[in-house]
Write a protein that binds this ligand. Sequence first.
Ligand code: 13P
Length: 290
Amino acid sequence: MHSENSSHIVNTREMLIKAQKEHYAVPAFNIHNLETVQVVVETAAEWRSPVILAGTPGTFEYAGGDYLVAIVETAARKHDIPIALHLDHFESFEAIKTYLDMGVRSCMIDASHEPFEENVRIVKEVVDYAHRLGASVEAELGRLGGVEDDLIVDEKDARYTNPKQAKEFVARTGIDSLAVAIGTAHGLYKGEPKIDLERLSAIRQEVSVPLVLHGASDVPSPIVQETIRRGICKVNIATDLKIPFADAVKQYFAEHPDANDPRKYLTPGKEAMKKVVIEKIKMCGSHGKA
Ligand code: 13P
């Protein structure tokens, strides 16, 4: 176990390998502030689920990496479940270095917009640095459409992951997990999302590291569960948490137009998020796995 002075924040390697062996997925929730961290961690602890707290570059700038590491470290000391803080969709090696040096132990380097060789080169550079610190690395091959903070990818620029290329990508970069593009997108969908399950199975045949599903909000649970059966071990959820939080706060203000105490108006938002966190943990089958 941890010594008193060492960090309790873990990387995502072991938790995802355990999920892969036992056929469930670890939910990764995008967090933005103290309230989201508290709700996600306390709910995961109640349900004995390992959990990943993901922050985009925008979130790390907004909240401050030092604050986030300290808050998550506090949460990880309080609760006896695996808790990871993860850099989500980081495109800059320098930024990743900064936050790994602060104590973050899991990162995604997203160079999926680059040509294949350049993607390999950038990812390998991050892997070499991160692995020296015991941190784990996720990278993306293919490209998801949709909107995630400042990352906006038009549908026409979205590309599916090529299974054979995925094999070469994993072998040459040494990444710990691979984000696949199989038809999900960040944010809400216009109709029912069309997920290429055959492609996912083909990728799984070629690649042995845990696979990651981005853009899982607004995808029907049975479909997400089918992706888990076919090899997804980490499920990313942002929008499905943000909307109920905002809606509950808006409703509170509609009913209490003069409210000004954040402890009061944020509480319904926290309660709304908690319901979603429970649903997603059950969808992932991660309860009782901590
Ligand atoms: P959603 O907002 O669609 O859940 O996407 C989250 C995500 O993939 C974070 O990387």
